[in-house]
Design a protein around this ligand. Structure first.
Ligand code: HSE
Length: 403
């Protein structure tokens, strides 16, 4: 028997208990052991819920119980999660977590402790909800030099953008819906400002490139400035707006960013709608690969957490996480990053725009007189910024275009 302790009985924690109870036969078969939930830690009481039988309020009980083999951290946030996880690993217990903030900040240190003790610190559920993307990077795509990861990595914002563009819903209304459905973070600022996607691309990039990408170094923009008018322009262009998290190798350098992008129909991420996530990966021998699935929510996330429990039960005294070192991954300056830019301007002439930007594609919407939009040729961000200054304050919006 393998004993586990679940830290936190919120959305994901209750999902983990539900998944283990629902699929216990097949899970035990795959793990080759009986998975037993010995403890669930939470400060609250849950009257009428069978979890009461294993509920504890004091982490010391778990930390000091030598029978606990695996700790499942699904509390979220840095503290006390970091202290609890570190103690568990130091006590020789494997840990799995859905906590992207914890992995992005302390991943290298926690993985090193696990490596030294020949146990595991796994975090499949930290990125892409139920999509098995961490396992793919860690143990499947090992023949490749990966040179691009571009993903829709936040279910909440993808759901919001989808509802805003297809049903014309208001930002605040759809955010409340996403919260009610259990997609959003406790503080949804992390979703709408792009911080959640930023931590996820930091984790995926660190695994793919074998160095530590500090999430604080990643240029991050959220979706709060996207307007219904921007969406109308996107439709007119046959495109859509998505919050993308991307990292890319350009010659010997890397760049990474999180920002809303205009996507064309040729992009494999174009049809990733609703709460779904999609991760596009390019490898030098593989070529293109796409991973797609439920990106947030109780059961998809719990499915990924329990898959880690199974893996850890199968490898109780053998470390399986490899390609992430604490050596820092340095990024190029954002000014040097090349791309095309969608720009909305008011009180401006097409002639002047063409004089400044050269050969642009112009878009007009009949219902928005007094303004128009254009898409620039490919140029460096720094070059765009300089040219935009020559438009004398007439820029309403700038959104990057994903080619
Ligand atoms: N708030 C996150 C999202 C949860 O919406 O993607 C899953 O990590």
């Amino acid at each position: 028997m393998v004993n586990i302790a679940v830290l936190g009985y919120g959305t994901v924690g209750s999902g983990v208990v539900e998944v283990i109870n629902t699929n216990h036969k097949s899970i035990n078969k795959r793990a080759g052991e009986d998975i037993n939930i010995k403890y669930v830690l939470d400060l609250r009481e849950f009257p009428g819920d069978p979890v009461q039988e294993v509920l504890v309020h004091d982490y010391e009980i778990i930390a000091n119980d030598p029978e606990v083999d695996i700790v499942v951290e699904v509390m979220g946030g840095i503290e006390p999660a970091y202290t609890f996880v570190k103690r568990a690993l130091e006590a020789g217990k494997s840990v799995c977590t859905s906590n992207k903030a914890l992995v992005a900040k302390h991943g290298p240190e926690l993985m090193e402790i696990a490596r030294e003790r020949d146990i595991n610190f796994l975090f499949e559920a930290s990125c892409g909800g139920g999509i098995p993307i961490i396992r793919a990077l860690n143990s499947s795509l090992t023949a490749d030099e990966i040179d691009e990861i571009t993903g829709i990595l936040n279910g909440t914002t993808n759901y919001m953008l989808y509802k805003m563009s297809t049903e014309g819903c208001q930002f605040d209304t759809v955010l409340k819906e996403a919260q009610a459905k259990g997609y959003a973070e406790a503080d949804p600022t992390a979703d709408v400002e792009g911080y959640d996607a930023c931590r996820k691309i930091a984790i995926l990039s660190s695994l793919a490139y074998g160095k530590f990408l500090n999430y604080e170094d990643i240029y991050t923009e959220g979706i709060t400035k996207i307007t219904p008018e921007d969406m109308e322009y996107a439709k007119e262009l046959g495109m859509t707006i998505k919050l993308l998290a991307t990292s890319r190798k350009v010659e010997d350098s890397f760049y990474a960013m999180v920002a809303p992008f205009l996507l064309g129909q040729n992009s494999p991420l174009f049809s990733v709608n609703d709460v779904f996530n999609g991760v596009f990966i390019h490898g030098n021998v593989l070529g293109d690969a796409m991973f797609y699935g439920s990106g947030a929510g109780k059961l998809p996330t719990a499915s990924a957490v329990v898959a880690d429990v199974v893996d850890e039960a199968k490898h109780l005294h053998r470390n399986i996480m490899t390609n992430w070192t604490s050596k820092p991954l340095h990024l190029m300056e954002m000014n040097e990053v090349k791309g095309r830019f969608f720009v909305r301007v008011e009180g401006m002439t097409v002639e002047h725009v063409k004089k400044v930007f050269g050969d642009v594609k112009i878009v007009n919407l009949k219902n928005l007189p007094g303004e128009f939009a254009f898409i620039t040729p490919c140029m460096k961000q720094g070059e765009y910024d300089k040219k935009a200054e020559e438009l004398n304050g007439s820029v309403l919006t700038m959104i990057r275009v994903k080619d």
